[in-house]
Design a protein around this ligand. Structure first.
Ligand code: BG6
Length: 404
């Protein structure tokens, strides 16, 4: 763990970086869980100086006696993602940092940009030589790619094929931070209990309910969100991961690829109920910046899925998710036929610790909390089916923070 490391963040000034990545890195820094020799580089279009990036990071973070030391770790390279020259400047910068470390360092490239840039960035990382590890296991080069991985099934397939030609499998980490939420992972521990495990099937379970309800609205993310809606923003990924925790086969001993495969098996087994489905949009959504005034994008869905997996046939999996909901509530609930419920809730405060785990697991080369290429493609397949089903339904309107 104590190998010099450089973390290069693409889109460092974006929302996700401000809200999750930078605070998580800072928290890890305070806990002394990051390598001692560390450099964090912002790579974005804005014309920032070192002074500007330091100021930017300082303003994002809470007051702390170690904040200034952390801020000093940052540097910045301004560059257009579409020019190879920008990457060559970045390469020159990271190589100079390696010289100052007197050692080949680990390189972690964090892609926190819109998915339409992924192909371009991944190709340029390869062409510039930035993704070439300088020292095997010591001195690796890894790429963390944020969700959504692609914007539909075709683009995700194209991206996966590209990734396969450009990188080694162990260099790519596709993020879905819901897999790093420990309160949700508890479902697997509970299912391992002999008594509960024996009852975890259609004979005893009446319904599985997945809630990802947020009071938050789309705020400043209007343009990004409007191209996705609930289904592609959280349905294609977080919600499917919650379903996988409830249904996936469990083995006594599992490695990362066993776990990824078990999730793939669940995704393959899912289908969407065509009858019971609702979609809605909160009043005022169309007035957000960069949302078209006639947008038909759903901000709320209530759909039911079924699995063909042995043991779960006939159990409705009801998914309720939206923005501008009366309360924030994210949980997997098992409704038992005896009338009782088991609720596995994840508090929103867990988001930051999940991002910390994403960063640490990537640095440790631990793939279990990351999605496989196949999971992503299957995810898009189901999400597209969900979208087709709900688009047959009228778009209802709801008042923000009111019950539908
Ligand atoms: C993100 C979505 O992936 O997850 C957001 O893009 C959503 O729209 C967020 O708000 C929810 O994550 P968490 O950890 O806050 O529940």
């Amino acid at each position: 763990m104590n190998i010099p490391t450089q973390i290069i963040i693409f889109g460092i000034t974006g929302d996700l970086s401000r809200q999750k990545i930078l605070p998580s890195l800072f928290s890890l820094y305070i806990e002394d869980r990051l390598p001692e020799k560390l450099s964090i580089v912002g790579f974005s279009r804005r014309n920032f100086s070192k002074y500007d990036i330091e100021d930017f990071v300082r303003n994002v973070l809470p007051e702390h006696e170690r904040r200034e030391d952390f801020v000093k770790l940052f540097s910045y390279i301004a560059g257009d993602f579409s020019y190879l020259q920008s990457y060559m400047r970045l390469k020159d910068h990271v190589e100079r940092t390696d010289l100052s470390f007197s050692q080949c360092s680990n390189k972690l490239y964090y892609l926190s940009v819109a998915p339409l840039y992924y192909e371009m960035i991944l190709t340029s990382l390869k062409e510039s030589g930035l993704s070439l590890p300088c020292g095997g296991d010591l001195g690796w080069a890894r790429v963390l790619v944020e969700k959504p991985f692609g914007y539909d099934i075709h683009s995700s397939k194209r991206l996966n094929a590209l990734v396969d030609t450009l990188f080694q499998k162990e260099q790519i980490y596709r993020v879905d931070h819901y897999m790093a939420k420990t309160s949700l992972q508890e479902i697997i521990d509970i299912r391992r209990d002999e008594v509960i495990g024996a009852r975890w099937n259609a004979q005893y379970i009446k319904q599985i309910r997945i809630d990802l309800q947020e009071t938050a609205t789309v705020e400043k993310r209007g343009e990004f969100y409007d191209s996705l809606g609930v289904v592609y923003d959280v349905g294609q990924n977080h919600i499917l991961q919650m379903i996988a925790l409830a249904l996936r086969p469990i083995m006594e001993k599992e490695n990362a690829s066993d776990i990824q495969h078990a999730r793939e098996v669940v995704f393959e087994s899912l289908s969407v109920d065509r009858e019971f489905a609702h979609r809605a949009q909160y009043e005022g959504y169309r007035t957000h910046a960069n949302v078209p005034p006639s947008s038909e994008t759903e901000t709320y869905i209530d759909v039911t899925l079924y699995s063909a997996l042995e043991g779960f046939v006939g159990v409705p999996i009801r998914v309720v998710s939206g923005k501008g909901c009366p309360k924030s509530f994210t949980a997997v609930t098992v409704v038992w036929k005896d009338g009782t419920e088991s609720v596995f809730e994840t508090p929103s405060s867990e988001s930051q610790s999940a991002y910390k785990k994403v960063l640490i697991d990537c640095m440790d080369g631990e793939q279990a909390v990351f999605t496989s290429g196949r999971e992503v493609e299957l995810g898009w397949h189901i999400a597209e089916e969900m979208k087709r089903v709900i688009q047959q339904k009228p778009l209802e309107l709801y008042q923000m923070y009111s019950m539908l």
